[in-house]
Design a protein around this ligand. Structure first.
Ligand SMILES: [Zn+2]
Length: 202
């Protein structure tokens, strides 16, 4: 029940912050061999614990009366590829998704927190929604990055628990917003390479 409550808590925060619209995005937690995941077609702001789905690591439904998300495969693949991932948050949050649909990674030489904490958020290659193509490129990035953009789609973040995964996603959304706004006032004032190196080593 603890994990279900965490999912509801984060789902409501994401909805209230405009990071998921009515039907997009999904949240999951891995609890040993079970995965608890948000259902398909129910707005994240109106979920309760009884609506959450419990599935096994192959996606078979163990508990719950709703449909599982068409993006469940993305979550299952992340858990299969990296054992220390215990939570996955996927959203089509507006600023990060603006980068994703431009097929542009989020990177900068001007924003110290972005450089030191994330280095870069790369774009994994496009796949037709609800097919395994969506996550076929995940294996090439998941060991190096804990937040990724999905080309022409959205953003996904991983963590050792749900709070870590969500705060990573929220942090990148806010950085993407700053970087986009920055374009309106003439673009970034880059730090010297020496300073960027120090941040990367930090
Ligand atoms: Zn999506």
């Amino acid at each position: 029940m603890k994990y279900k409550k965490q999912i509801i808590e984060i789902a409501k925060i994401m909805y209230s912050k405009g990071m998921v619209n009515a039907f997009e995005g999904n949240i999951s937690i891995r609890d040993e061999e079970k995965i608890i995941i948000t259902p398909s077609q129910i707005c994240k702001g109106f979920l309760d614990v009884n609506m959450l789905m419990t599935i096994d690591r192959k996606g078979n439904i163990l508990e719950g009366s709703h449909k599982i998300s068409s993006e469940t495969g993305l979550h299952l693949e992340a858990y299969a590829l990296k054992d220390d991932i215990r939570a996955v948050v996927h959203a089509h949050s507006p600023y990060a998704t603006a980068y994703a649909i431009a097929n542009k990674p989020i990177e900068t030489k001007a924003y110290p927190e972005m450089i030191a904490l994330f280095k870069k958020v790369p774009v994994i290659k496009y796949g037709t929604p609800s097919t395994e193509e969506v996550y076929s490129d995940l294996k090439n990035y998941i060991n190096e990055y804990n937040v990724l953009l999905l080309e022409n789609h959205g953003i996904v973040a991983f963590g050792k628990d749900l709070y870590e995964a969500y705060f990573r996603l929220e942090s990148i959304e806010s950085i993407a917003k700053v970087l986009l706004l920055n374009q309106l006032i003439g673009g970034p004032s880059d730090l010297p390479d020496e300073e960027v190196k120090k941040l990367l080593a930090w």
